[in-house]
Design a protein around this ligand. Structure first.
Ligand code: WTA
Length: 662
């Protein structure tokens, strides 16, 4: 492992734009500056206060039991039902008629508004149906659905009966589905005949049928009829398959939720590690719900009576779990849920949804922002986006230029941008500006939210001084932390807690796997995974830093940088660049121009060995650039496994371009 960032990250740290919170927002913000002091003075007391946001069937005895560290127990002795907190209590408080979900499906006229009372009815029926299928407390249920309201209902129904769910992204293959089902031994799968994407119905059920040939764990398959497509004679097995509308439709809408232990498993979410098989990240109930409810309220300044919130993530990722399902619903929000893609039927789809539903709080990923940036200002400019008041970003470092574009063009220059750093493992946002408190710096997640401790440390676990880089760590346990890797406690300890073990003076630190830098003010800039850090002639460089430099060039829309093995310099910088539409082919000197630009922004050491102008970048379905594949091309190897790519043909184009240019 390389030590990230001991070289000055000049171009990021030269970023000196600041955006203070709008005065009105600051005055009425849910969370003010004093929250930091209160949380630091009494961290457990602070989280106890946040847990009081929820409705507990039995109050906890102890806020945190860390006696078996790193295995944490939060709110021990407390009993709670997550679904009751996300649905019933809002109905009981007289808000049953409030819209919980504005669902925008893909055939454009396919929309549904679902109130909290309707959601309660559906969740209760589904809970009864699952019980009738033999799902008991503690049994695992796999959910493999498109972005339809039934996905939310299915998750909440599982939570309601204490059956941990594992949601598998609908774009994953039968193999990926089978291996997850096998790993957590899920006995029921909830799926659909298919879903819509870019105007066509794509089948899902056949992947479940195929998964059944690879694992014998599946006892029942509950199938939502979404597209109505023909499943074929072999596509239905009466012994296992049941239609959702039969089972759920005929079930009773009355269901009394049982209160479970605060540490009862809520879900398992699989995520890829740096190597090896995906890890099943386990989240439990009371602490997780406390974390997502508090952060959703604090980071988005949610005003449940007036805000319309929209997170564009898929429910198959942790962002969908924490910031579509559990956080917003625990807080009684009204939100948009959408099916499809941003560019179909036209590139104005998202902006039209914001305009039509009056979205006020919007949460998306830098990769989406950059691709909109590439299309220019005109498309968003033709919609009324004036309802927006806070914009969020998550998933990867946001380049300063993309941040500023997001703020100016989408947010009309009024909206704070909250750059939220967190992970599947952390369950909830860990670092973010607070929209009513923090003067945001473009490209920085700034600092830990109240109640959370993060630091940047060197190889020996010592806090680095301002102006230096190192490893990002979490310095004390937090309520929504993962509890273990499903079925593999050793891997949990080894992956997250052994890099910076407890010393005489302090407890172990949680190792996030990200490199970061503190600026002169002590604010934190996340630089990306430590495995994406390059070492060129003994100088450490961040892929993010060079990408940021490239994207700050007016002709560049998007860039991905990898460190390729080089006989002379150890590693060399290889950059893949997508140009903005208006830049055309960039002109004959484009490569030199970009190379000079990087040299100017960062220094000669960062100058790419090679710059390739490409039409697209290889991305996973969740939008992460697969640098591993780009490294294969840069190092002249056969391109490795492309099965998680959204579009595998992109690699053929890039590899052909590389061959032609060398
Ligand atoms: C990266 C997504 C910089 C980081 C919620 C982390 C970020 C990984 C940010 C987790 C951010 C996420 N700035 N990097 N604001 N947010 N990351 O598990 O490398 O899909 O470790 O969780 O995404 O990805 P995951």
């Amino acid at each position: 492992m390389t030590d990230p960032g001991s070289e000055p990250l000049a171009n990021l740290l030269r970023e000196d734009r600041r955006f203070a919170p709008p005065a009105g927002l600051a005055a009425s913000a849910n969370v003010k500056a004093d929250a930091y002091r209160a949380a630091t003075a009494d961290r457990e007391g602070f989280w106890a206060k946040q847990a009081d946001r929820l409705t507990w069937a039995k109050r906890w005895d102890k806020v945190l039991d860390w006696s078996d560290a790193p295995f944490a127990k939060w709110f021990t002795g407390g009993r709670i039902n997550a679904a009751y907190n996300c649905v019933d209590r809002h109905v009981e408080a007289g808000r049953g008629d409030k819209v919980a979900i504005h669902w925008v499906g893909e055939p454009l006229d396919d929309t549904r508004d679902i109130t909290y009372a309707q959601l309660q009815d559906e969740v209760c029926r589904a809970a009864n149906a699952l019980t009738a299928l033999g799902v008991g407390t503690g049994d695992r249920v796999a959910i493999y659905l498109p972005m339809i309201p039934e996905a939310v209902v299915a998750m909440l129904a599982c939570a309601r009966i204490g059956a941990p769910h594992t949601v598998v992204f609908g774009g994953f293959s039968a193999d990926a589905l089978a291996s997850r089902i096998e790993d957590c031994r899920a006995k029921v799968v909830i799926t659909a005949d298919g879903g819509y994407r870019r105007g066509t119905a794509s089948a899902l059920k056949p992947a479940v049928d195929e998964a059944r040939t690879k694992t014998d764990k599946i006892e029942k398959v509950l199938v939502v009829r979404r597209t109505g497509q023909d499943l074929g004679e072999d596509g239905w097995d009466d012994a296992t398959d049941i239609w959702w509308h039969d089972a759920v439709g005929s079930a009773s809408p009355d269901h009394i939720p049982e209160a479970f232990d605060a540490e009862h498993p809520l879900y398992v979410m699989y995520t890829s590690g740096t190597t090896g098989t995906p890890k099943g990240i386990l989240h439990t109930t009371g602490g997780y719900l406390t974390g997502v409810s508090y952060t959703h309220d604090a980071v988005f300044d949610l005003k449940p009576d007036t805000d319309v919130y929209w997170c564009t993530a898929d429910i198959g990722w942790v962002t969908g779990h924490s910031y579509i399902v559990y956080g917003p619903l625990a807080n009684g929000a009204t939100q948009v849920l959408y099916e499809g893609t941003p560019d179909s039927p036209d590139p104005g789809r998202w902006w039209r949804i914001i305009q039509d539903y009056g979205v006020t709080l919007f949460y998306t990923a830098p990769t989406a922002i950059r691709s909109f940036m590439k299309q220019g200002d005109e498309i968003p400019g033709s919609f009324d986006l004036s309802s927006l008041r806070i914009l969020g970003s998550v998933g990867e470092p946001i380049n300063p230029e993309a941040y500023v574009w997001y703020r100016e063009v989408i947010g009309g220059g009024r909206t704070p941008v909250v750059d939220t750093w967190w992970q599947t493992e952390t369950g909830a946002v860990m670092m973010s500006p607070l929209p009513g408190v923090t003067a945001g710096k473009p490209g920085s997640a700034m600092s830990a939210i109240p109640g959370v401790g993060v630091d940047v440390v060197d190889d020996g676990g010592r806090s680095v001084p301002n102006g230096s880089g190192g490893y990002l760590v979490v310095t004390s346990p937090w309520p929504s932390m993962l509890r273990t890797v499903w079925g593999d406690d050793d891997r949990y300890v080894e992956t997250y807690w052994s890099r910076f073990p407890a010393t005489g003076e302090r407890g172990a630190y949680y190792f996030a796997g990200d490199g970061a830098k503190k600026d002169a003010d002590g604010d934190i800039w996340v630089l990306g995974r430590v495995d994406d850090v390059m070492n060129v002639s003994g100088h450490r460089l961040s892929t993010t830093e060079i990408e940021s430099a490239l994207v700050s060039h007016p002709k560049v829309a998007e860039a991905a940088v990898v460190g390729a093995t080089d006989a002379d310099t150890g590693q060399a910088v290889v950059a893949y660049v997508i140009l903005r539409n208006e830049a055309g082919d960039g002109g004959p000197l484009i490569v030199k121009e970009l190379s000079d630009h990087v040299r100017k922004e960062i220094g000669p050491i960062a100058k790419p060995r090679q710059i390739m102008i490409v039409p697209e970048l290889p991305k996973t379905r969740s939008g992460k650039i697969m640098r591993r594949l780009l490294r294969d091309v840069a190092e002249g190897r056969a391109v490795g496994d492309t099965q998680t790519l959204a579009d595998a043909s992109i690699m053929d184009l890039i590899a052909a371009g590389q061959a032609a240019s060398t």
